[in-house]
Design a binder for this molecule. Structure first.
Ligand code: PEP
Ligand code: MG
Length: 972
């Protein structure tokens, strides 16, 4: 055999090598090798696909990069055309088709079937795509390959079922035309619909007696040309449908001839074209778009394999069928078989959600042995793969075949519950369970539901396909969803059913609503995969794409109207309903308890107000890592007081106002320290530039002009008292205006803020510290255990810390200790958020008890990127053009900012072994960044309350990965 090494039998391929075999190929090899019934076949590896593309790779990579920029549709279509023109110039690897031919001949020997011949039992194959990562519905597959004018007759003879043979041929031609020859599908669909309608009409009239007889036995039967009528009960109807299918085959061949050329009769020509088409589908726009949206990089999945599998038929009559089986409930995680079964149907029908399938319990009733075999195989596959599995199967005349297995896509709840239960069943270790759950999924568990207190009546009900509640304005097509979303609108994408081509609309929408399809329809799978709430199969909804409306029970909803969908219950509501966030369930608590046992990093929360603090405690925060006091100044009387501090003419006046302000905010500090009793609360001294607390100069000018106008009128009317009053007001405002102007800075972010305010006005830091210290002292006197830590922002030199410590913080603490007669034990720390602070950490560390990295400002300072502006200015372009791999404000920039974190942590701890090091920038809640911080030797991260559970899990994963020697996600 002239083997290229690019074609492997299911029996021989190493199923652990998903990158080479693709997920589907690996699963077929695995199932074959563990003894499950799999139709014989072989895999053309992803290496063959890479070779196929190799000659044009550079050009194609460039075009793919352009597509990443999400160009307008016209440009996008141009790029796609260019890609396809390049693909036409790609050649299959040398020797591949010879190798494939030899495998086909061996397959003929193994199965005793013949490929494309008029006699004997015909060998038909499916030619299936499959990349290393599951990309549901994104790439192409061709079924029934090998049928031609000869083999269709052989198939009819061999199966003794001419109807079945011609139906298979008809499906094949249509699929081949659409996928392999890339012809417009519409004329084929139109021809089918015409014939199917004709058949249904005749069935209800000419063959009414036979139709009634069928319905007695199979109540779900509806006369359609793609479902075989039972011949024994309805022989005339059966014969009529066969006639119509044969006519359709003729019409289809005519269409192909007109649009492309003679339909290829040589099965090897069919096979070669199909292999090319599957390779090509790796680069079809929806696959590219899916990879971009899901950040699938070449090291995760690079090209598709092609699986050539002997066909088995689920549409060989009512003792056949096809289905999907989840080894556990993929919505709740409950350990019970869940799935769908469609009798007398081919696989695509289930996934496309064309017909509403039956539950597995129905399969159990109809074919108990098949059912038992299925369940047993499910258990075995769970054991081998250590995961909940999603299994595709087909029953051909009572015999069960497995066509694919893969880890099930599950709701976050199901993911967590099944991981925990699998530990209890001994299937997983705790470490493995911790790695099973994506920390972002935990966040989704905290997704909002509709506030139960709201009494709203749903206008429709569908299947709860993907959890979470979402509101938005209705749009009916995915392009509109993208357009509207770009304008900042929230939209709900409403479709009859969705196709893989619609997926860009999913990303743009808040949620998805369909009127057709089941829990495994495309809409449901994709929505779950990307975590968008979805309600599918809301059949009462009648959608009219032309008028852009839907109607349900007498209500008409237009494009742009607001609706709310609840992906937890399947309900659809009119308008925008309020939502609430769910309680953490028992399973999540358990998983997070295990996470707490594993993690080394501490997890605190960024919380400024009591509600946040309570939420943080509930979610398991071990303290508050950052309390920004600025939120406390939002109350009008406090803002007024702060303004008086800022505008004070001299130190004496400033001190008086500051004292007053400190008394106002002390109760807030006390409340926060009390809520977190026994746990540290890091309170940061004032940080933003002072003028942020003053009215803007434009605002003041406008007020001054307004008053001047009033003054003129008053003068004209001779109202001297009013003139005097207005003059005084104008003078006051003018004074304020002058002060605001004087405080204005060209670069406020780099201006008079943070510790610089403490240096210029120590009295401000003194009284803020006093307020915190008094709050703690009062609590101590009440028998509580407040743990106060005071933090200084924006430090860049050790002398700044020394200065504010000696002139404000320490005097305030000792004054309070004396006055209250208590010992406070307050830690004093600094933010590390300037580059200089990071680089001089060894000096600073000697003056403080703790560091906390302000990675927001540190990122800003390291890149010289304005953190307030980049996202709306150039960041998208930087990402699209591949200049940066991630937005450094989302995931820590390991090479630059990360390096500073490492240096400062190491040198800081060397200089002061007791130094505690935290991170309180947004990165403290980002799983990939947390993985990095773990490795950098940080002691704790601090994240917004809702991210606390995410951080607990991510920190545990970092520790487990380190233990097991698995590399982390960032900085590889
Ligand atoms: C930071 O800079 O990372 C930080 C936590 O402080 P702020 O976001 O308040 O500037
Ligand atoms: Mg900062």
């Amino acid at each position: 055999m002239a083997r290229t090494g690019l074609v492997l039998w299911f029996e021989e391929a190493d199923w652990r090598d998903k990158k080479l075999l693709g997920g589907k190929g690996a699963s077929l090899a695995q199932m074959t090798q563990i003894g499950l019934p799999v139709p014989p076949g072989f895999i053309i590896t992803t290496e063959a696909c890479r070779k196929f593309y190799s000659s044009r790779k550079a050009e194609m990579d460039e075009l793919e990069r352009q597509l990443r920029g999400n160009p307008p549709p016209a440009v996008r279509d141009e790029i796609i055309k260019k890609i396809w023109a390049l693909i036409d110039q790609c050649d299959l690897p040398a020797g591949l088709m010879e190798d494939v031919r030899e495998h086909m001949q061996e397959l003929e020997r193994r199965t005793g079937k013949k490929f494309g011949a008029a006699d004997g039992i015909p060998l038909l194959v499916s030619v299936r795509s499959g990349a290393a990562l599951s990309m549901p519905g994104m790439m192409d597959t061709v079924l029934n390959l090998g049928l031609n004018d000869n083999s269709v007759q052989a198939l009819a003879k061999a199966t003794n079922n001419e109807w079945f043979a011609y139906d298979a041929y008809r499906r094949f031609i249509q699929m081949f035309a659409r996928i392999v020859l890339a012809l417009d599908e519409k004329p084929f669909n139109d021809a089918f619909d015409r014939k199917s309608e004709q058949f249904a009409r005749e069935a209800e009239t000419t063959y009414k007696d036979e139709l009634d007889a069928i319905r007695k036995l199979y109540p779900e039967y509806t006369p359609r040309l793609d479902a075989q009528p039972p011949k024994d009960i309805a022989p005339r109807l059966w014969a009529r449908s066969l006639e119509l299918i044969k006519e359709l085959v003729g019409e289809y061949k005519d269409l192909v001839r007109k649009m492309w050329g003679e339909f290829p009769q040589d099965p090897y020509v069919q096979l070669e074209l199909a292999i090319r088409a599957v390779f090509r589908s790796w680069m079809n726009p929806r696959a590219i778009f899916y990879r971009i949206a899901n950040n699938i990089t070449p090291d995760m999945a690079d090209c598709t394999a092609v699986n050539v599998v002997t066909m088995v038929f689920g549409n060989m009559g009512w003792d056949s069928g096809t289905g999907v089986y989840f080894t556990r409930d993929q919505s709740t995680g409950e350990d019970r078989p869940y799935g769908e079964f469609l009798p007398n149907a081919q696989g695509e029908d289930v996934v496309a959600g064309i017909r509403t399938p039956l539950g597995l319990d129905e399969l159990k009733k109809r074919m108990p042995e098949v059912y038992n075999q299925l369940i047993e195989a499910g258990k075995k596959l769970e054991q081998v793969n250590k995961d909940v599995m999603d299994i595709e199967f087909t029953v051909e005349r009572g015999k069960l075949y497995f066509l694919q297995n893969r880890p099930a896509k599950m709701t976050p709840l199901a993911r967590v519950r099944s991981a925990v239960e699998m530990v209890k069943e001994g299937l997983l270790t705790k470490e493995e369970a911790l790695l099973k759950v994506d920390p972002e999924q935990v966040r989704r568990l905290l997704y909002p539901t509709i506030d139960p207190k709201v009494k709203a009546t749903p206008i429709a009900k569908g299947l709860p396909a993907s959890p979470g509640a979402a509101s938005g304005q209705v749009v009916f097509n995915p392009d509109d969803a993208v357009e509207w979303a770009k304008q900042g609108k929230k939209v709900i994408l409403v479709r009859v059913e969705t196709k893989p081509d619609d997926v860009h609309g999913f990303y743009a929408a808040q949620g998805v609503l369909t009127s057709r399809g089941g829990m495994t329809s495309h809409a449901a799978i994709v929505a779950r995969a990307i975590g968008k709430p979805a309600v599918v199969g809301a059949e009462a909804i009648k959608i009219d794409y032309d008028s852009k409306t839907f109607t349900v029970n007498g209500v008409t909803v237009k494009e742009g109207d607001w609706v709310t969908i609840d992906g937890n219950s399947g309900s659809v509501y009119l308008g925008e309903l309020p939502t609430v966030t769910p309680e953490l369930g028992g399973w999540l608590d358990e998983l997070l308890k295990w996470a707490d046992e594993e993690r080394r990093l501490g997890v605190r929360a960024n919380a400024d107000v009591p509600e946040d603090a309570m939420m943080a405690r509930k979610f398991g925060a071990e303290g508050i890592g950052l309390l920004r006091i600025e939120r406390m100044f939002r109350k009008p009387e406090r803002l007024e007081a702060l303004r008086r501090v800022i505008l004070a003419a001299d130190d004496k006046e400033r001190e008086a106002h500051m004292k007053e302000l400190a008394d106002m905010i002390k109760p807030d500090f006390k409340e926060m320290l009390d809520i977190m009793d026994g746990k540290p609360v890091v309170i940061r001294l004032i940080d933003p530039p002072l003028h942020e607390f003053l009215p803007s100069s434009e605002e003041l000018l406008a007020q001054i002009y307004d008053l001047r106008e009033q003054r003129e009128k008053a003068q004209a009317s001779g109202d001297a008292a009013k003139v005097k009053e207005l003059d005084q007001k104008i003078a006051e405002l003018q004074g304020l205006y002058n002060r605001v102007k004087a405080l204005q800075e060209a670069n406020p972010m780099m201006g008079h803020r943070g510790v610089r305010v403490g240096v210029t006005y120590p009295v401000i830091y003194y009284y803020l510290t006093r307020a915190m210290a008094e709050a703690a002292a009062e609590l101590i006197k009440e028998g509580k255990r407040p743990v106060l830590e005071i933090m200084v922002p924006q430090v860049s030199d050790v002398n700044e810390i020394r200065f504010v410590k000696n002139n404000a913080i320490l005097p305030a603490l000792s004054d309070v200790e004396k006055e209250y007669g208590v010992k406070l034990n307050v830690k004093i720390g600094t933010m590390i958020e300037t580059v200089r602070a990071a680089l001089t950490a060894s000096e600073i560390a000697k003056e403080v008890d703790f560091f906390s990295f302000g990675t927001n400002d540190l990122t800003q300072a390291t890149f010289s990127f304005s953190r307030d502006d980049v996202e709306n200015k150039f960041m998208n372009q930087y990402l699209e053009k591949g200049i940066l791999a991630n937005d450094p404000f989302d995931t820590v920039d390991v090479k630059g900012v990360g390096r500073l974190v490492e240096i400062a942590t190491k040198e800081g701890k060397e200089a002061n072994p007791k130094l505690e090091v935290g991170v309180c920038g947004e990165h403290g809640g980002d799983p990939a960044s947390i993985n990095f911080f773990h490795g950098a030797g940080v002691d704790y991260v601090s994240a917004s309350p809702f991210r606390v559970p995410v951080a607990r899990l991510a920190a545990a994963q970092a520790a487990v990965k380190e233990k097991l020697g698995i590399r982390g996600a960032v900085g590889e």
